[in-house]
Design a protein around this ligand. Structure first.
Ligand SMILES: Cc1cc2nc3c(=O)[nH]c(=O)nc-3n(C[C@H](O)[C@H](O)[C@H](O)COP(=O)(O)OP(=O)(O)OC[C@H]3O[C@@H](n4cnc5c(N)ncnc54)[C@H](O)[C@@H]3O)c2cc1C
Length: 459
């Protein structure tokens, strides 16, 4: 079958943007099968995107935007009748401005490529996540990605100094000057950040770079429980200030299971209820590594921590991070799970975990890890769960002041639960914003804001 046969009503003018609709375009990293796309279009520039969206709007055709498809909320999953707009050819390589300390790149460039370009210039891109080899800068902007470094540097939004995007009617908004200060009217780029492709397609970005860290040290601490991990976090924050770069929690039984499935050596002599991975880094000759060592010795003496492994080399740092990243790999291999990505005020984390355990009952065995410093937990339930479990669980979460997604976004999968953490007035304002930017409802319909009629509008 030729591409034209697969979508006979696709305007002929769009034929030059088409690529073969391989199965990989159906879903993101959630692993739930999406529909076969009506067509896959891969624009090479903002102008191409404008042409595509103008045609889709004119013909009432809905599309879903795809970057690296590493998303975990179903945002890039294809709904029946949708056309995929892939950013894979928006791959203008990263250009570094050493004076301004900025990086400019196409939205389809991967995080790993951008990190490498910054590193080659002796600078540092303060964003990281486990899917760095495939996740794109555009996808990270669209989801306002977090990751471990958000504790020190903020989310991806805080790394973006300029953005080029295309609105649903084909309007190109271009602010690629890379200026730190620009109050000349509404910041339209900031509206696109975190909008999960519902308000426009991000086509290029200017990112802020930082001085490269001279050295880092990583420690993995064994603790009795999450309460002790929070006490250690408070201690380290006060003692280390901005040198504290990451603070990652892993609760048992996930650490043990990860070590077994990923063939990693158990870090502690005796199992611990909780493990906290701590990273410190400084740009110049500093004493943060020594200070960390002293503070952990004090915490051991006081009985706050039970054991600790401290890096002595960069290879040690990588080995300790492999345990944390191994948690994601273990869960992916396990499959058939329901992963929640929640955030809570720090003080509410222990009571929430207790209330959730009481609700789920014996044997439910949630697997919990995440970015403790940001109050962001990945709370993973074995098995596939629907509203009968998730609605009451999210209600408990909301009662503890939590939100249903901290970094992965609402996508298709969490739209129904959004009213549990956002008020009716806020939801109505979001719907009005969506309608103003995309009156034809052609861009990522049904993600974040329910589509009119309740279902994604692929026709
Ligand atoms: C192993 C693993 C670890 C992860 N760790 C983290 C983590 O620590 N922190 C974190 O935040 N996330 C994490 N993620 C989730 C994921 O990597 C991020 O959400 C990432 O930002 C998605 O980028 P992507 O290019 O893959 O986007 P996709 O999955 O392709 O798309 C995600 C959403 O953004 C939209 N979109 C994509 N590109 C654009 C664009 N150019 N313009 C407009 N809309 C667009 C899509 O329509 C969709 O709604 C992890 C995922 C995996 C598999």
């Amino acid at each position: 079958m030729t591409p034209t046969d697969a979508a006979p009503d696709l305007p002929a003018a769009l034929a030059r943007h088409r690529v073969p609709p391989a199965p990989r375009y159906r879903d993101d990293a959630c692993g739930r099968p999406g529909a076969a796309p009506r067509a896959v279009l891969a624009p090479r520039s903002a102008g191409d995107c404008a042409e595509i969206l103008a045609h889709l709007g004119a013909h009432g055709l809905a599309c879903v935007v795809q970057g690296g498809r590493t998303g975990l909320s179903g945002g890039a999953r294809v709904a029946p009748g949708e056309i995929v707009v892939s950013t894979e050819r928006l791959d203008a390589p990263a250009r570094i401005d050493p004076l301004a300390a900025t990086l400019t790149a196409g939205a389809g460039v991967t995080l790993a490529a951008a990190q490498a370009a910054a590193g080659e210039a002796g600078l540092f891109l303060a964003a990281d996540l486990g899917a760095r080899g495939s996740a794109t800068l555009g996808g990270m902007a669209a989801t306002n990605a977090g990751g471990p470094l958000a504790l020190r540097f903020g989310t991806f939004r805080h790394q973006i100094l300029g953005l080029e995007g295309v609105l649903a009617d084909g309007t190109i908004v271009r602010r690629l000057g890379g200026m730190m200060k620009d109050n000349s009217g509404y910041d339209l780029g900031q509206l696109l950040i975190g909008s999960e492709g519902t308000l426009g397609i991000v086509t290029a970005l200017v990112l802020r770079l930082h001085p490269a860290p001279a050295a880092r040290r990583v420690a993995l601490c064994a603790l009795a429980d999450v309460g002790a991990a929070l006490a250690l976090l408070a201690l380290l924050r006060a003692g280390l200030g901005p040198a504290l770069q990451a603070c990652e929690l892993i609760l048992e039984p996930l650490l043990g299971a990860t070590c077994r499935s990923q063939r990693l050596a158990p870090p502690f002599a005796a199992p611990a209820g909780a493990a906290l991975l701590v990273e410190v880094a400084e740009t110049g000759p500093g004493a943060a590594g020594v200070r960390l060592e002293e503070m952990l010795a004090g915490a051991l003496g006081d009985g706050l921590i039970r054991d600790a492994v401290l890096s002595a080399s960069e290879a040690d740092c990588r080995r300790l991070w492999a345990l944390r990243e191994g948690c994601s790999h273990h869960l992916m291999q396990l499959g058939g799970t329901t992963g929640l990505d929640i955030a809570l005020p720090l003080a509410a984390i222990p009571p929430f975990l207790a209330a959730a355990a009481a609700f789920l009952g014996e044997g439910a065995g949630p697997l919990v890890f995440g970015h403790l410093g940001d109050g962001n937990l990945h709370f993973v339930l074995p098995g596939r769960h629907g509203p009968a479990t998730l609605a009451p669980l999210f209600t408990i979460l909301a009662r503890h002041g939590g939100v249903i997604t901290a970094e992965h976004g609402v996508g298709l999968d969490k739209v129904a639960y959004l009213p549990l953490c956002r008020g009716a007035e806020e939801l109505s304002a979001m719907a009005r914003l969506k309608a103003a930017f995309d009156p034809g409802w052609i861009l990522n319909p049904g993600r974040v804001v329910p589509a009119p009629g309740g279902t994604p509008r692929g026709r």
